[in-house]
Design a protein. Structure first.
Length: 348
């Protein structure tokens, strides 16, 4: 048989054929292993749910709801016994581990206390940070309610015994648990700051901020404040006629210890009149840009009955701040909670 000449076209043809064969082989391996891997990961979640909440007889996976999207998604799996909620398993995370991303399943009881926790994913240092998986560390959270128990390591003024020589990993674990509690509160439409110990109230001492966000009024809204879903709802009037509302709302952003406080003004039908950030300690030059008119301006004149208050990456209508999606999502959640409160308060 004649030997094929070693020419450039022949070399290119040979390499192309080899590449096609390898691509086909890789595709076959991927398709044949994709489903088993997905099933194994799904079963891992199911098993973790069963370990962190009391006994249940529903299927929490089919009733799952979530906040955010992508790698930052927090999932909530309600566990019920004969239709009664006995707990919620929350698949939460932190980006602050020594090895980066960690994922945890935490079971929250209806009263807000922690039932049990379970590590799903981590890349911490073997023999140090990996000890977060051991009962010696995890058991200290069981039965704790963050109304009394501070989810900070003792070195930071909290109540958590850190893993020896693995303070960063211990802090990340606390960070993930606090995120679960804060976002559970947000996802269920409650902004009651008693659900956690990290939220300090922001007090309005004058009506000036209200004048910035509400339609014109002649009364003293500070004296006509209502409490709805744990939020202060101020009513503006001219005579007996309601001219608008303002809601002092908050959400936890990238800074896990200081909430973002936003004052949102509405006209009587629930359309946003104006809004301003009262307080925030997000990353300077990034998350702090939620204070800028360029970001806040996109909410003015919008009614959440038709405006999807999710960032565009999550399928909504909000342009997030580049590189600060978490802060942007938090601002959206605070505005959404404000809208829900004002609608409950009687907006027409």
């Amino acid at each position: 048989m004649a030997k094929i000449k070693s020419t450039l076209p022949n070399m290119i043809l040979s390499l192309t054929l080899i590449s096609l064969v390898m691509a086909g082989a890789l595709g076959f391996v991927y398709t044949s292993t994709k489903e088993p891997i997905q099933k194994a990961n799904a079963q891992k979640v199911v098993d973790a749910i069963a370990r962190v909440v009391p006994a249940f007889n529903n299927d929490p996976v089919t009733e799952v709801y979530k906040v955010a999207e992508g790698k930052d998604t927090v999932y909530f799996f309600p566990a019920k016994m004969d239709g009664t909620l006995v707990g919620t398993a929350v698949k939460t995370f932190s980006q602050r581990g020594f090895g980066g991303y960690i994922s945890i399943m935490v079971g929250l009881l209806p009263d807000g206390s922690i039932y049990k926790t379970e590590v799903l994913e981590q890349k911490e240092t073997p023999g140090l940070g990996t000890l977060m998986k051991e009962p010696t560390f995890r058991n200290q959270f069981e039965g704790k309610n963050t109304k009394e128990f501070k989810l900070l390591v003792k070195k930071d003024g909290g109540d958590v015994d850190a893993i020896t020589a693995a303070t960063i990993s211990s802090r990340a674990y606390c960070n993930a648990l606090q995120r679960a509690i804060d976002m559970y509160k947000q996802a269920n439409g409650s902004a009651d700051s008693s659900a956690g110990t990290t939220v300090a109230a922001f007090e309005l001492t004058s009506a000036e901020p209200l004048k910035q966000v509400m339609p014109s009024f002649s009364n003293d809204p500070l004296s006509e404040v209502q409490q709805i879903d744990g939020l202060d709802v101020f009513v503006g009037k001219k005579g007996e006629k309601v001219t608008g509302y303002a809601v002092k709302s908050f959400a936890m952003g990238y800074n896990d210890t200081e909430p973002i406080w936003i004052l949102v003004g509405f006209i009587p039908d629930g359309t946003i009149n104006n809004l301003t950030v009262l307080s925030q300690k997000e990353t300077k030059g990034r998350g702090s840009m939620i204070c800028d008119d360029e970001f806040l301006g996109q909410f003015k004149g919008k009614n959440l009955a038709t405006f999807n208050i999710l960032v565009a990456d999550d399928g909504g209508d909000v342009d997030a701040i580049s590189g600060s999606t978490i802060s942007s999502r938090a601002a959206c959640k605070a505005i959404e909670n404000a809208y829900k409160a004002v609608m409950k308060g009687g907006a027409k």
